[in-house]
Design a protein around this ligand. Structure first.
Ligand code: MG
Ligand code: ZN
Length: 210
């Protein structure tokens, strides 16, 4: 960690450390995954772990517990848990500390699962290559319109639990249109981590083969 001028604002310190992270991440495809609690972020990562195995590492951010890191390890990938102890988002310093604990030999993909929260995580750069916004059908189809900051910044949008769309009267086209209005370049994936539908296209993209 670099020596940091005490007069810098919290945001400036974060951006400095995010720049250091970006240097350290060289050669690894790093994603910052952001979504509400219960959107299925960890379920998506379990599916990714089943495919990528030891080539993937996950940094898990939660307020409390290491339940999610344990779920990733059970599916064959490396995982380090950050407990924020109340903090509602990850910052670049927390990620830098967690990254030091990882053995990055043979790691091609690193996914940082942010604390479940649609609001502030999107405004902290962690040094990632791209942000992934995860939204899911039980949350309702108005979420991108209501929480635009994340969807403006996310290069990738994952609509999860599409197997429930009909039952929940979830309007996928509305969500896609709202997302495109906020970020015309965003790549949108419709998936179900549970049934596996759409997962190959998403994972190909994360791996860089699509
Ligand atoms: Mg989780
Ligand atoms: Zn926060």
């Amino acid at each position: 960690m670099a020596k940091i001028d005490v007069n810098l604002s919290a945001r400036e310190k974060n951006d400095l450390l995010a720049g250091e992270n970006r240097e350290q991440f060289k050669g690894i495809r790093v994603f910052n995954m952001i979504g509400s609690p219960g959107a299925g972020k960890t379920a998506l990562l379990e599916a990714a772990a089943s495919r990528f195995g030891s080539r993937m590492a996950v940094i898990e951010g939660d307020v409390k517990t290491d339940f999610d890191a344990e779920r990733i390890r059970k599916n064959g990938s490396h995982a380090v848990q950050i407990e924020t102890g109340g903090g509602c988002h990850l910052n670049a310093g927390m990620v830098q500390g967690a990254f030091k604990e990882l053995d990055t030999d043979g790691i091609d993909v690193l996914i940082i699962e942010n604390v479940g929260n649609l609001v502030c995580p999107s405004s902290y750069d962690l040094g990632e290559m791209a942000k992934i916004a995860v939204t899911s059908t039980p949350e309702g189809d108005e979420k991108p319109a209501k929480y635009p900051a994340l969807f403006i910044r996310a290069e990738i949008v994952v609509i999860n639990k599409i197997d429930l769309a009909d039952i929940l009267d979830y309007d996928i086209e509305r969500v896609k249109n709202d997302c495109r209005k906020l970020n015309p370049d965003a790549l949108i994936f419709e998936v179900s981590a549970k049934t596996g539908e759409g997962m190959d296209a998403l994972l190909d993209h994360l791996e860089g083969t699509a």
